[in-house]
Design a binder for this molecule. Sequence first.
Ligand SMILES: O=C(O)CCC(=O)C(=O)O
Ligand SMILES: [Fe+2]
Length: 406
Amino acid sequence: MLGNEVPVLSEFGDLEIIDVSDLEESADSRKLTRRERAEQFRVCKRRNEAYATMLRMEGVASAAELFSQQPSRTICIVNIGYSAEGLLTVQLLEKAFSRYDGFERVVVNIVKPYSFAIFHSTSEAQSAFAELHDKPCPEFKNKLLVLEYVTPSIFAQLTKEPIPGSTESIAETLDESRGLFYIADFISEQEEQTILAYIREDEEREISTNGGSDKWHRIQERYVKHYGHSFDYQTKHVGDVAKTASQQLPLWSQAFIERMSECIPAHTLEPDMLTIQRYPPGAGISFHVDSHTAFTDTLAVLSMGTPVQMDFRKPGAHNAALVSLDLEPRSLLLLTGEARYAWEHAIRIRRTDLVDGAIRERRERWSITIRKVNKTIECNCKYPDLCDNDAETVQRLRARLEYQRD
Ligand SMILES: O=C(O)CCC(=O)C(=O)O
Ligand SMILES: [Fe+2]
């Protein structure tokens, strides 16, 4: 068991992020076997990431702004929050902390991968801290808990507590007036089955004609396949043509693309790129805005299989408000204008969604995203927060385009 041998990463003043490669040289790690050392690297890396995520989400540059050097009755669990365990997180944390005298409650916010445990008194919190910090926690598969004392007044969720999964804290809404269109039952069940059968058929054909390999690419836990153009996940722009399943959109997509245009004529898309994504249960896509300079205004997402919750947030805001939208199978989502350019969207990586107070298990989901490539690689939107028009990578892509034109 590694226990206390794992280096402590948080130093006051500034957060000290340990370079995991330094561990190789440390006297302690030399006594460990290769396997133990690999495990130590992994734990250390995860811990670095947990601190960095918390700083980023709270919008602060240094750990000293978040954590208190003095013990307090409120403990932050830096590396456990609402995530893959979904609502269970609350119960598991309660189980872990309620073993100690003076435990009052845990606070978990559905948007945050960290959480808080509150005790009646500072001395009771200190006893729990001493027992739990940096120790394997049986409730979380023996993960080492990373704890810090905090002053509650600086965390919005400790002063005003949203119920996990509730939408009460939403300060803004997204609707048609802001460019979000949601059309339930855009295709019928029969059409959904037909499209899924075409997807399977294409895969079988690829395997038989490509010496046993298909055109799916794995991105984190999900699988993607591109038609028309491929996508480069580094540059967030059009990628290598060899990575497409075909340079044409599939024939079977024509009918629903036409229907899309009829549905909302003002947002006719004339798409030249189609991406199929397959999400096994628990998979998701992290918060992002589809590059402004890579694609034109309207983005369309057709959902199939199991329903899933999509979250939207405005970037940069301290304790960003979240808007959640349930994407039902067979629905079509259109993101245009403000909803497309000024909000980030994500599908959280977790196995359950909380919908109307009930836990819903996720099963397999497919989505088809339809876009038009922005040939100029330029954007002059009025939403600069998320605009990549001036990004160095984009300037380089534009320069290359001009060079090719000359
Ligand atoms: O799969 C989805 O529903 C959304 C996918 C998405 O946001 C994207 O590919 O940019
Ligand atoms: Fe997206």
